[in-house]
Design a protein around this ligand. Sequence first.
Ligand SMILES: [Cu+2]
Length: 322
Amino acid sequence: MNTPLRITAFAAVLATAFGTAYGVGGAADPIRTTAEPAAHAGHDRAGGAGEREADKRAEENGSAPPGGLQISEGGYSLDLETRSVPVAKESEIRFAVRDSAGRKVTDYRREHGKELHLILASRDLATYRHLHPIRTSEGTWSVDAELPAAGDYRLFADFTPAAKGAADLTLGADLAVSGMYRPAPTPSVSNVAEVDGYKVALEGGLRPGVSGRLDLTVAKDGRPVTDLQPYLEAYGHLVALRSGDLAYLHVHPNGAPGDGKTKPGPTVSFTATAPSAGSYRLFLDFKHEGKVHTASFTVDAGEASNAPAGSDTAEESEEHQH
Ligand SMILES: [Cu+2]
């Protein structure tokens, strides 16, 4: 149904997007997760045969949850020391990642140039921040943020512990921003976003359970931008958050700066799979003329195609035309 190369590339993207879910299938059982939140380490730490059986089933039927929905997973927990900050006032947010013994984690594997990527998103998806906190040698992370609107926010820590066998994890915790809360409606579905004088057009989209391609094309003053700058080792970073529960999907571009074939714009291409049908908010970070900009879109992941192989082939031929 596909060339081996394409399957490999797709698998790599999947591994990035769902590293947690595929690497640590054990977090799939909601009952078990509630009762024993820190018990789902990697397969090497899996419990009895029944548990391993459940893990295997979860992986097979794809029911392993997306990232960001749990505060504790794979033996690691997000310990949010700052539970609440005032609205519209620069405030320090502190947290730590703790291992199953309760110790603060101080060894991380770098992903895209950073040990940990921090995403802050309001529950209504109107506010989004992609930040890089600093860590003390004892393992406490801190970052200053000024959040423009009150309400409940989700804080996502995206990281990979350096410990052997540890998978890429996205842990999530709630952060309250105090003040008068007026939830914003989700912006309507659109394939064009405007930010800081840039216009970003989206082609393609998300499909549940099927890999889909998303091409984002950046223009300024009506002209394609062909000198995007690498930001964190890529020409763009795309995060998708599911409306309703903020399930977190971090995808990376197809191709990297300096690989000899990826151009610095105007189009940055991604591959992603939606965990379900529904509405998603996409946030694209890109860098141009020394500044990072964030373009956001609302997209609908429709019903999964019955013929994923056919759709992939269609995409592929499209690719060859360029
Ligand atoms: Cu980051």
